[in-house]
Ligand binder design. Structure first.
Ligand code: SF4
Ligand code: SF4
Length: 336
């Protein structure tokens, strides 16, 4: 597996890293098999988060005995010093380690968020202190709102920035990533498959592997995914013109307003499985599974028309999707 320097840190990371969200869906035993298979194929960068339920624990226990050759990155939503101190201790416990290589501020959205983190008694103090104590090695930041992260990069010398980037989403290439490169920061690519929206994983990942990023971290929870994705980083083959056209066609079909399955919108007070509606609607529109999807939808105990339009989900969606309106369209398409 090819490795790259993670910005100005002294860490070398595999060009394909491990996104920790899907590990939540599988058992501890399965997680161990998947994680070990990834390490056997040369992947050394694992990224997860405190709030991905038991993902830290599963990855941590799967990596027992391998710590010396692995780079662990995690992140937490703590915004004040006390909360962040506790988050760091929990991460250390979950990973069964005495240091985390990269600790990141998770999903920094607003300027208020940033002010809280950087201000007196803010979470940055906890990370700086943990770094001095040897509990963490480097400090990074993640998010979906470019202007907030640009402000953050101007305000503090972070080692890394993690931001969504895929064939459709290239906004970060205008200002954020050039700034990160100027500062010699590591660039970690999340949502490389646009939350699973790209059906051709091979093309979507190879597109990114051909760009100037430190590591690309698709979520993986099966051995098949590990083998298919990691082979692309072992024998990288740039996209041909025909393959770029194929990706472009898929991007056109998806359009700009689609769900990336990040699940930040959840929970819905009415119990609607918002992401599931978007997933099955995509299958309905794109993959010729109309009858099966209509049956599936009409068997759901809570359908999209149960939305009371409270709008809570829309305030949490980092992509500012008009969820209420989209749910109405889904119901109109699928209800019989
Ligand atoms: S707007 Fe509808 S889907 Fe969104 S949180 Fe409210 S009830 Fe749930
Ligand atoms: S609707 Fe928005 S917040 Fe919810 S999963 Fe999709 S992209 Fe994420």
């Amino acid at each position: 597996m090819q490795k790259k320097k993670l910005g100005k840190t002294n860490l070398d990371v595999s060009v394909i890293g491990f996104g920790g969200i899907p590990v939540q869906r599988i058992s501890h035993e399965e997680a161990k098999l998947v994680v070990r298979a990834a390490v056997d194929k040369g992947l050394n960068f694992f990224d997860t988060a405190r709030n991905y339920t038991d993902s830290e624990e599963k990855i941590g226990s799967a990596l027992k005995g391998l710590r010396h050759k692995i780079v662990i990155a995690t992140k937490a939503l703590g915004r004040d010093k006390d909360t962040m101190e506790k988050e760091i201790e929990l991460s250390l416990k979950n990973f069964q380690t005495d240091y985390i290589d990269l600790y990141q501020f998770h999903n920094v959205k607003t300027e208020q968020d940033l002010e809280k983190i950087l201000g007196p008694g803010g979470a940055l103090e906890a990370l700086v202190q943990a770094k001095e104590q040897g509990k963490i090695r480097y400090i990074g930041i993640t998010g979906h709102v470019e202007k907030t992260l640009i402000k953050a990069l101007d305000a503090f010398e972070f080692s890394t920035v993690q931001f969504p980037r895929n064939y459709i989403e290239d906004t970060a290439e205008k200002e954020l990533f050039p700034l990160a490169r100027k500062k010699n920061m590591g660039i970690i690519i999340m949502k490389p498959l646009a939350g699973g929206a790209f059906s051709n994983t091979n093309l979507a990942l190879r597109y990114l592997l051909g760009q100037d990023y430190s590591t690309v971290i698709p979520g993986m929870d099966t051995i098949e995914q590990i083998n298919a994705n990691l082979d692309l980083g072992i024998n990288f083959i740039p996209l041909s013109k025909e393959e770029v056209i194929k990706l472009e066609q898929e991007a056109q079909e998806l359009g700009p307003k689609f769900c990336r399955r990040c699940e930040y919108c959840k929970p819905c007070p009415q119990g609607l499985d918002i992401t599931e509606f978007f997933i099955i609607h995509t299958y309905f529109k794109r993959y010729g599974l109309k009858d099966r999807i209509i049956t599936r939808y009409n068997n759901m105990s809570i359908m999209a028309d149960q939305c009371i339009e409270c709008g809570i989900c829309e305030t949490k969606c980092p992509y500012e999707l008009p969820i209420k309106k989209m749910l109405k369209e889904i119901h109109a398409d699928l209800k019989i």
